[in-house]
Design a binder for this molecule. Structure first.
Ligand SMILES: C[S@@+](CC[C@H](N)C(=O)[O-])C[C@H]1O[C@@H](n2cnc3c(N)ncnc32)[C@H](O)[C@@H]1O
Length: 187
């Protein structure tokens, strides 16, 4: 499936790296049953959420009120966007607990410099969902082992705790965007 919305690959200006990540794995993973994208860390503009709304319902979480108020009235392109002001961990947890059997596409990108919540959020995925086959994207693993960023080895342990069959891959897109997924069965 094609997720590149403008054919621009990172680092070309205007590229959408997380959609490029999804496209890079799209022939190895089942994506068609995923309806909702959860983004921890909406960021400065909300643009990533709007891009993903071309393909998914979007739940995006930002804890900075000044940023949130910039974009929280923006509409999705093809699907709805829920703009949440709050903590990524709390709202990831409540979203998973509300839909324990639903499979999600999850982006862990809520951090301030080297203060990251990836470790806690991976534990939340493990503890709060019945599913073991979410697609999880982790941004900025160039910071691995710095501050509270997990090392690559720790990210592998946290992933395998959820599912020993998980593939953990550095896509080499962006600043070492990692993607965690289960391979689809070949027919
Ligand atoms: C790198 S930016 C996100 C970029 C965005 N995902 C994108 O693709 O454009 C990280 C964002 O996470 C936010 N953030 C930091 N800690 C957070 C937390 N605990 N919960 C929610 N958002 C948080 C920061 O305010 C910042 O806006």
């Amino acid at each position: 499936m094609k997720f590149l919305i403008n054919d621009k690959k990172w680092p070309a200006p205007g590229s959408v790296p997380f959609l490029e990540v999804l496209e890079s794995i799209s022939n190895r993973v089942e994506i068609s049953d995923i309806q909702t994208f959860i983004e921890c860390g909406t960021g400065e503009t909300g643009d990533n959420a709007v891009h993903f709304s071309n393909f998914f319902d979007v739940v995006t979480i930002e804890n900075n009120p000044n940023l949130h108020q910039r974009y929280n009235l923006r509409e999705g392109t093809k699907n709805a966007i829920k703009w949440i002001l709050g903590d990524g961990r709390t709202n990831l947890k409540s979203t998973l607990l509300q839909h324990p059997n639903k499979r999600f596409l999850i982006l862990l990108d809520d951090h301030n410099a080297h203060t990251s919540f990836v470790e806690q959020e991976m534990q939340i995925v493990y503890n709060c969902s019945n599913r073991t086959d979410h697609i999880i994207i982790v941004d900025d693993m160039k910071f691995a082992g710095r501050g509270s960023y997990p090392t690559v080895e720790r990210l592998e342990q946290l992933s395998k705790q959820i599912n020993s069959d998980y593939c953990i891959e550095n896509t080499n897109i962006g600043h070492d965007i990692y993607v965690i997924y289960t391979k689809k069965e070949l027919k």
